[in-house]
Design a protein around this ligand. Sequence first.
Ligand code: DSN
Length: 426
Amino acid sequence: MQKDSQIFDLINRELERQRNGIELIASENFTSYQVLQAMGTCPTNKYAEGYPGKRYYGGCEIVDEIETLAIERLKKIFNASWANVQPHSGASANAAVFLACVKPGEKVLGLDLSMGGHLTHGSPANFSGKNYHALFYGVKKETGLVDYDQLESIALKEKPKMIICGASAYSRDWDYARIRTVADKIGAVVFADIAHPAGLIATGLLNDPFEHCHIISSTTHKTLRGPRGGIIMLRHDFENPWGIKDPKGNLRSMSQLLDLAVFPGTQGGPLEHVIAAKAVSFAEILADDFKAYGKQIISNAQAMAKAFVKRGYDLISQGTDNHLMLIDLRNKNLTGKKAQETLDKAHITLNKNAVPFDDKSPFVTSGIRVGVPAITTRGMKENEMETVVGMVDRVLMSPDDEKTISDVKAEVQTFMQKFPLYPEIK
Ligand code: DSN
């Protein structure tokens, strides 16, 4: 067959879009060129249902080595004793954790999606809310901080089997110790989904959830800067004290239950080319300069938060500890939808986001979520945060002025030439 120019032209256009725009979506990042290369390789052809050394197919000796390396590198990053690198995504990882730990209809307690939580933490639109009895805690209206008192009172009253912590739009660190204390009072599993801040946890820049939470999941493509995918980890494996049994009725350790929940519980053949790319990114995280990247993320986020506050923007919780911030645009008479759509025209990408106690629908929203991992990867430092916020502000202050939008778009394109992306690709 002739080269599929239709698709490759589109891929090239997407590369140009990524090169020329300012990427502020908090959950996005740019992998290294090596990670990209590993993704487009022949392990994609290999069926390897099962785990290294225990596969259902022949010819797995090399993918066994790839997957084992990925597991060993990941365990080293987080000082974990067990890891599963097969989940195709964060949502798949979380589905496996639910399958391993809770029976359909049992209670789970997570951060409300409308308060910064995640779809897979019990939303009624998701498997986690459809199959399980989901309860929610929120954030305090006055401070925007997680309401641990509310979490505790709901937990003590309702006795959920699992308490979920982690968020997709929360700019502050977590008190994992407090959540574990509550969970121990009722014998609940604590499950931390660290998809967003994982890279900052990996480098010791935020509280360590592994000290207090039984099970940890993450994506690999956000602050970890790997390929799109999911992972599950345990620091301490344990004979599960909740009497959870495998499908044959045997009492299993948590790691065995989680392995079974990923395969055959929720997935079939693993994506070994993606696992190879995960392994490459894990080696990058273990290298000396990744901690500097993490520190730069935090400095950039703080510089950006300051630049927004200086221009009168209303940040939920007044600032950030991590890589993102959530901005309530109501004092600027703008919706999140309008802000996202207008900035898109100027090649500045971010997402509309509900703010706590939002009065607008999730399709409109009162806020935007802004993150710095991707622009930090491009090489930007604190000074550039002022420039970026200046451009965002000019567009948001004149959202219907086509001239301002096209001026900023041209400036964005020139500005981004200073921060090359994938120079290896001509
Ligand atoms: N993890 C979500 C995000 O933060 O964008 C998507 O599911």
